[in-house]
Each structure stands twice: as C-alpha cells, then as structure tokens.
Design a protein around this ligand. Structure first.
Ligand SMILES: Cc1cc2nc3c(=O)[nH]c(=O)nc-3n(C[C@H](O)[C@H](O)[C@H](O)COP(=O)(O)O)c2cc1C
Length: 200
C-alpha cells in the first residue's frame, strides 16, 4: 500500500467545538466552496447551494432560526428560542447548506446525497486549509423565516450549516472511537451469504 497524505488528512479531521475570530477570508471561502464542485454527482446537477453568513448577517440568520422554531413549536419558552438564536453566533462565519434538487429525472435521494457530500467537502476543505469547521443543524429544514433569509424555493431544504473559524487549541475534542469494521462492513460471497470482512 502506498503512502497517501490526502488520506492522512481525511483521517485526522475533527470538528472544532469552539470557533473564534478570524473567520475565513473570501479567497479562502472561494477555495472551500470550490471543493463542493468535486463531489459525486449523478447527472452533474450540482443540486446544492450555499449562503455565506458572517458579521451582522448572523443576527438575521439567528432570528430566522428562532422564528422558524417558534412557528413549529409555539409553546417553546423564550429561553429556548434565545438558545436557538444564539446558535448563529458560535463562529465568525457560517455557511448554510441548501439541498436544491434540480430535476425529477435523477432520484431525489441521490440529489440529497450529493448535497450532503457537498457539506462534507466544505468541512474537509476547511480542514485542509487549517480552518476549523463544525456542521450543525436544527430539527427542521425549512419554514417561513428561513425561506425569507435563505431564499428557499419549493423543493429546497436547509441541511444545516457549517461553522468556520479559528479552532481553539484549548478545546481539542476527545479522541474519536475507532471504527470497528466488523460493525459496519461485511462481504457478500458467491453463495449469496454475507461474511465478516477480513482486513488481511
Ligand atoms: C447534517 C449534520 C448535522 C449535524 N448537526 C449537529 C448538531 O446540530 N449538533 C451537534 O452537536 N453535532 C451535529 N453534527 C455532528 C458534528 O458536525 C460532528 O460531526 C460531530 O460532533 C462529531 O465530531 P467529528 O466530526 O470530529 O467526528 C451534525 C453532522 C451532520 C452531518
């Protein structure tokens, strides 16, 4: 097996729990977003789009999150809504990821899968540039206020957002539990039986 520095980068990636100023420059954001254009994409539809939120824009985004939460849960107390609004301020910059299916010829789930891959490409590209990232979400993907600020069209959904900023050295996450291949991988043999995957 040959050395693969790119794989080392992938294996070392972690989400950053705390993200401080400065946010990425627009030149850095352009490189990060360009990575989305490389993901597996049936029909080359590019079925996603992004809204970059930074500075004062975070207030508009946080308000929209809170208003959408209130639409869905009219009984939510003000403290709960404020917590949701505060999510927008956990980093200097965030990128809202919007799944934007482009046609009905390619299955909707495939276009959603491509949009999710685009989110991962953003996270990984940020890591490659030494910029901290963390993908977050709320339990809803659309609503009137979100539609207003993100310009959601029919059929579009917000697949959360990716925080970007300078990762704090003091808050390195605990080591990730290794993936136990036996839990997730089997091999189908010629008799139609699935057997344990053997790495040797
Ligand atoms: C679509 C999506 C939404 C997520 N939303 C949240 C979230 O709201 N809160 C959270 O703590 N982690 C969320 N995560 C998980 C984190 O981004 C991160 O992957 C997790 O904390 C594990 O850290 P690691 O990436 O270093 O393994 C989400 C991940 C994805 C893919």
């Amino acid at each position: 097996m040959k050395d693969a520095p790119l794989l080392d980068l992938v294996l070392a990636r972690r989400s950053a729990p705390v993200l401080n100023d400065p946010g990425p420059t627009h030149a850095e954001l352009a490189r990060i977003l360009a990575a989305a254009g490389t993901v597996p994409d049936h029909g080359s539809l590019r079925p996603y789009r992004f809204v970059v939120v930074e500075g004062e824009g975070r207030a508009a985004f946080g308000d929209a999150l809170a208003q959408t939460a209130a639409e869905r849960r009219p009984d939510m107390p003000a403290t709960g809504l404020e917590k949701i609004r505060a999510k927008a301020f956990r980093s200097p910059t965030l990128i809202a990821l919007i799944a934007s299916p482009r046609n009905d010829k390619i299955e909707r789930w495939e276009q959603h899968a491509t949009a999710a891959c685009a989110g991962y490409a953003v996270v990984l590209a940020a890591h490659a540039l030494g910029i901290g990232a963390n993908w977050k979400s709320v339990p809803f993907t659309r609503g009137a206020a979100l539609t207003r600020v993100l310009g959601l069209e029919a059929g579009e959904d917000m697949f959360g957002w990716i925080h970007l900023g300078r990762a704090s050295d003091d808050t390195a996450p605990a080591p990730r539990a290794p993936l136990v291949l036996a839990d997730v991988a089997t091999v189908l043999d010629g008799s139609g039986a699935r057997r344990a995957f053997d790495a040797s």
